[in-house]
Design a protein around this ligand. Structure first.
Ligand SMILES: Cc1cc2nc3c(=O)[nH]c(=O)nc-3n(C[C@H](O)[C@H](O)[C@H](O)COP(=O)(O)OP(=O)(O)OC[C@H]3O[C@@H](n4cnc5c(N)ncnc54)[C@H](O)[C@@H]3O)c2cc1C
Length: 413
C-alpha cells in the first residue's frame, strides 16, 4: 500500500480501480493510437461516442446526481475526496476527457443544491438517459473573468451579459467565452447581470438554459493548446427568453456558487495531479529502458535527480490536496483558502513535473507521436483555468487579510 491508498474507504478503492481499468484498457490505448485526432478531426469527431459510453458504464459521467434521480450516492462526508480520486485517475488517461466529465459532476452538485425540484426531476432524468449529455457553467466574458473571481464588487466591473425581467421570464443578451463543454453541452448554467446599479455580488442572477433555446447560439469551438478532447466553446445570447421557472438564483448567484467553486478547485487540482502522475509514470519507464552513454538513463545521476524532483513535487501536491479536500468535505472555515492554495500549487508544481518529463525524453519529448509533449500542453492549461496563477494568489491573500489586501483600486481615470 502507498500513501495514495491510505485512508481510502472500500467504496473509494473500488471506484478508483474500475476507473483505472477503464483508463488503462480503453482511454490510454485510444489516445496513443489516435494522437492525430487532437489536430485533424473536427470537434464533433475528436472523441468517439464510445468513450463517453465507456465512462457511463462505470458510472463516472453522472457523479453528483442524487440517488433518487438515478445517480450514485457518494458518502457525503467524503464526496469531494472521492471526486478528487476519480478526477486524478481520468486525467491520468486524458485531461480533456476528465474536463468533459467533471463539468457534469460540478454542475450536478450546483443543481442539486439550488434548482427547484421540478427542474431537478426534468434535467437529471435527461442527463441520466443520454450518455452524450454534457453540462456547462458559464461565467467568463470577453471583458473579464478575473474580476469575477476576486471579485471586484462595483457596478463598473459587473457582468456585461444582461438579464431583463419581462412578463413570465427574463430576456438575456450577451456573450460568454472559454466555456468548458461550451461547444457540446445540452444544458448551460448562465450568469447574467440583473441589476446594473449594484455590484456583482448583489446583482448577478443565474439561469438554466437548454441548448435549443431560441436566441442562443454556440458561436464556435475554441482550438486550445491542451485538453483538446474537451470542446471549449463561445456562446452568444440575442434576445434569448428564459421562463421564470428556469431562474436558479436571483441576484445572489455568485454568493451561492461556492457549492460549485469549492469542489471545483479540488477537482481542478486533482486533474492536474493526474497529468503529473502520468508524466512521472511514462518518464520513469523511459529512463529505465533508454540507453545513452552506454547505460540506461537513470544511471546518469543528473537524470536520477530530476526524477526525484518530479516525485517530490507530486507527493507535495497530493498532501495539500488531501488536506484541502478534507476541509471542503468538513465545511471547515479554512476550506476556501486551502482550495485556492492547492489549485495554485498544483498548477505550478505539475508544470515543472511536465517540463522534467519532456527534458528527460530528449528529442522524443518534442515529437507529437510520442505523447509526452501533450502532457506539457495539458499541464499549461491549468495555469489559466478556474482563475490565473496571479488571481489565485490574490484570492488567498484577500481571504487572509480581508481588510487591506486586494481592495479594488477604482476605475481608470
Ligand atoms: C481551458 C479553459 C477552460 C475554461 N472553462 C471555463 C468555464 O467552464 N466557465 C467559465 O466561466 N470560464 C472558463 N474558463 C475561463 C477562465 O476561468 C479564465 O480564462 C480565467 O479566469 C482568466 O480570465 P480571463 O481569460 O478573462 O483573463 P483576464 O481576466 O483578462 O486576465 C488577463 C491577465 O491579467 C491578470 N489580471 C486580471 N485582473 C487582474 C487584477 N485585478 N490584478 C492582477 N492581475 C490581474 C490575470 O492574472 C492575467 O494574467 C476557462 C478557461 C480555459 C483556458
Amino acid at each position: 500500500m502507498t500513501t495514495a491508498d491510505r485512508d481510502l474507504s472500500e467504496e473509494q478503492r473500488l471506484m478508483r480501480q474500475s476507473c483505472r481499468d477503464f483508463v488503462d484498457d480503453v482511454v490510454i490505448p485510444f489516445i496513443r493510437r489516435n494522437w492525430q485526432r487532437e489536430w485533424t478531426m473536427t470537434p464533433e469527431d475528436r472523441l468517439p461516442k464510445e468513450i463517453l459510453e465507456g465512462a457511463e458504464k462505470i458510472g463516472i459521467r453522472t457523479l453528483g446526481v442524487p440517488e433518487e434521480f438515478g445517480g450514485i450516492e457518494l458518502d457525503p462526508k467524503s464526496e469531494v475526496r472521492t471526486f478528487a480520486i476519480i478526477s486524478e485517475e481520468i486525467a491520468r488517461g486524458d485531461s480533456g476527457l476528465a474536463d468533459k466529465l467533471v463539468q457534469n459532476w460540478k454542475v450536478s452538485v450546483l443543481l442539486r443544491n439550488l434548482a427547484p425540484r421540478h427542474l431537478q426531476e426534468k434535467w437529471f432524468k435527461r442527463l441520466l438517459e443520454n450518455p452524450q449529455f454534457l453540462l456547462a457553467h458559464c461565467l467568463t466574458e470577453p471583458r473579464g473573468a478575473s474580476d469575477r473571481w476576486l471579485p471586484y464588487n462595483v457596478p463598473e466591473a459587473a457582468m456585461q451579459t444582461r438579464a431583463v425581467k419581462k412578463d413570465g421570464g427574463w430576456v438575456i443578451n450577451g456573450r460568454k467565452q472559454f466555456i468548458s463543454n461550451g461547444y457540446d453541452a445540452s444544458l448551460y448554467v448562465v450568469y447574467a447581470n440583473a441589476n446594473p446599479k449594484v455590484g456583482m455580488m448583489q446583482g448577478t442572477s443565474s439561469f438554466l438554459v437548454p441548448r435549443d433555446t431560441p436566441g442562443f447560439t454556440v458561436a464556435r469551438c475554441n482550438e486550445t493548446l491542451g485538453c483538446r478532447f474537451m470542446n471549449n466553446g463561445e456562446l452568444v445570447f440575442e434576445d434569448m427568453f428564459v421562463p421564470d421557472d428556469h431562474l436558479l438564483v436571483e441576484n445572489d448567484a455568485l454568493g451561492k456558487a461556492g457549492v460549485y467553486f469549492r469542489p471545483g478547485k479540488i477537482i481542478q487540482a486533482s486533474k492536474n495531479l493526474g497529468v503529473g502522475v502520468r508524466a512521472f509514470e511514462d518518464t520513469s519507464k523511459y529512463v529505465q529502458n533508454y540507453v545513452q552513454g552506454g547505460r540506461i538513463l537513470i544511471k546518469h545521476q543528473a537524470v536520477a535527480l530530476r526524477l526525484a524532483d518530479m516525485a517530490t513535487r507530486i507527493e507535495a501536491v497530493r498532501a495539500l490536496l488531501d488536506r484541502a479536500a478534507q476541509a471542503v468535505d468538513d465545511n471547515a472555515s479554512d476550506a476556501d483558502v486551502l482550495c485556492n492554495m492547492v489549485k495554485l500549487f498544483a498548477s505550478e508544481e505539475i508544470m515543472k513535473v511536465a517540463q522534467h518529463a519532456v527534458e528527460l525524453h530528449g528529442g522524443n519529448g518534442m515529437m507529437l507521436d510520442f505523447g509526452i509533449e501533450k502532457l506539457l500542453r495539458d499541464a499549461a492549461i491549468f495555469l489559466h483555468m478556474d482563475a490565473t496563477v496571479d488571481i489565485s494568489k490574490l484570492k488567498i491573500i484577500k481571504a487572509m487579510f480581508p481588510q487591506t489586501a486586494g481592495k479594488y483600486a477604482g476605475p481608470e481615470a
